[in-house]
Write a protein that binds this ligand. Structure first.
Ligand code: GCO
Length: 492
């Protein structure tokens, strides 16, 4: 079994990272407009005022997307572009998305729209932002407006993008907007309100979209990779994937967000650390947070290798010396796209979409006028082989969105981290499709058949796919991988 005929091949981008036109036609400032104007907040003082000028160049960009041959484009809607301070519709902002959606559909590309990719209206931040429960209600009103306006044509929705990151980076370490460093009680409140916003907006989208809307979300796909194919290591990786720790970084927990949203309960281990700090009466919100979802989205770029200590406890397996890294210093861990979707599908019982995957590489225009980004091609090829292997082994993965169609504003890193299939010259906004663009077009056109028949493991003696570290991961079947199937969140 490989990619099915109706596998969704897509690319992704997000409003603040590409749109520009930051104060045009009634667009209000977001927390990212304010943060990126703060001296020292973003590398080189970069900001998203112009970004990729996508608002002005959307027809050229739609052509680039459509010419790739993909059937889906994951875009995000800018909340402060489409709603005024009273939460009423801003006609000019909505008209931009009307045009964009129509242009995509005219070229045979389905829009997959995300409601929140981090650009919270600044005026709501001044009223408490995610710490204020009312933000969830405002978010539901915004979802209703967008669903009513676009729901006749947009059939695929994501509520939140990566709550883990905007809460951790934006509210704990302070390296992202709005730059807060809150204590755990406040973080738990903000996270709970974000989950409430997810639930309320999912319900609003279903109520307003016409007919057959599919609704999901795009959390960080935090997961662990078993260091070997020993069943004890596989079980340790599963437990690590769904653990909620109590040390810094706990907000990257998968289960803390996904268990309430999909299973209707917070995980026991997290509650044992934080139960007393939770907002009063949080249990009463769980039926609102748990909405029926059509799929489980996961943004996956990298992961950790984990093995079992003698008594089964998961422990990190250090990367080999000189391990492969992207320019962001993120390790290249293709097996994450095998094990992450497999663990998520097991626990949450939903079809999985890879809603983001890609890499920053050292791209510039070569003397022949082209951008030769061989590392990106190898990266994507390896990760896509893992998707194929997971599907082969019975994991229900329905689609893949490469991040990103074009180079863009990479948050606190500014424009120096290039993730695009299309190079953007930010001095003149010229777009140049990179080698990886043409490579991905071939993958899409062949429905994955142009990928290598076997992915050669990165290391000879490290990782579950290493020739000397065990057999290739795809020979393991869910049925025979291990006797025990630990679906609960117990871990430490
Ligand atoms: C995120 C966002 C994207 C990033 C991408 C690369 O995951 O941080 O969803 O906006 O640009 O992931 O870091």
């Amino acid at each position: 079994m490989s990619f099915s005929k109706d596998f969704t091949w897509g690319v992704a981008a997000a409003s603040y990272q590409i749109e520009g036109a930051h104060d045009r036609d009634g667009k209000l400032p977001s927390v990212w407009d304010a943060f990126s104007e703060t001296p020292g907040a973003v590398k080189h003082g970069d900001h998203g005022r112009a970004a990729c000028e996508h608002v002005d160049r959307s027809s050229e960009d739609v052509d680039l997307i459509a010419d790739l041959g993909v059937s889906a484009y994951r875009l995000s809607i800018s909340w402060p572009r489409v709603c005024d301070e009273l939460g009423k519709p801003n006609e000019a902002g909505l008209a931009f998305y009307d045009r964009l959606v129509d242009a995509l559909l005219a070229r045979g590309v389905q829009p997959w729209a995300t409601l929140f990719h981090w650009d919270l209206p600044l005026h709501l931040h001044h009223r408490g932002g995610w710490l204020n429960r009312e933000t969830a209600d405002r978010f539901a009103e915004y979802a209703r407006i967008v669903g009513e306006r676009l729901g006749d044509r947009v059939k695929h929705w994501f509520t939140l993008n990566e709550p883990q990151v905007f809460l951790d980076h934006g509210h704990s370490s302070g390296v992202h907007a709005p730059g807060l460093k809150l204590d755990n009680a406040s973080l738990l409140r903000a996270a709970h309100h974000a989950l409430l916003a997810h639930g309320k907006s999912a319900a609003a989208l279903r109520a307003t979209s016409h007919g057959d809307a599919t609704v999901g979300w795009a959390p960080v796909g935090s997961c662990a990779i078993p260091a070997t194919l020993d069943p004890a290591d596989i079980d340790a990786a599963r437990r690590a994937t769904f653990a909620t720790g109590k040390d810094k970084g706990w907000l990257f927990s998968t289960a803390w967000f996904a268990d309430p949203a999909v299973l209707g309960r917070y995980p026991e281990d997290g509650l044992s650390h934080f139960g007393e700090l939770m907002p009063k009466g949080f249990e009463n919100d769980l039926p609102i947070i748990q909405q029926p979802l059509d799929f489980y989205g996961a943004n996956i770029y990298q992961s950790q290798y984990v093995k079992a200590e003698p008594e089964g406890k998961p422990v990190g397996a250090p990367l080999p010396v000189g391990a492969a890294m992207t320019v962001f210093h993120w390790p290249v861990t293709p097996e994450a796209l095998y094990w992450g979707p497999r663990f998520f599908a097991e626990r949450y019982g939903l079809p999985v979409y890879i809603t983001e995957n890609g890499c920053a590489s050292m791209d510039w225009v070569h003397q022949d006028g082209r951008v030769h980004d061989a590392p990106r091609i190898d990266f994507l090829s390896r990760y896509l082989c893992s998707v194929r292997d997971a599907i082969h082994d019975g994991v229900d993965i329905r689609g893949y969105f490469q991040w990103s169609i074009m180079d863009n504003f990479e948050w606190a890193e500014g424009y120096r981290m290039r993730f695009g299939l299309v190079y953007v010259d930010f001095t003149n906004q010229r777009r140049i499709p990179k080698d990886s663009y043409h490579w991905y077009a071939r993958v899409v056109a062949s429905n994955g058949k142009s990928l290598p028949a076997e992915s050669v493991p990165l290391y000879e003696t490290f990782g579950p796919g290493a020739p000397n570290g065990g057999s290739a991961h795809r020979v393991i079947r869910p049925a025979d991988a291990e006797a025990s199937s630990n679906h609960d969140a117990s871990s430490d």
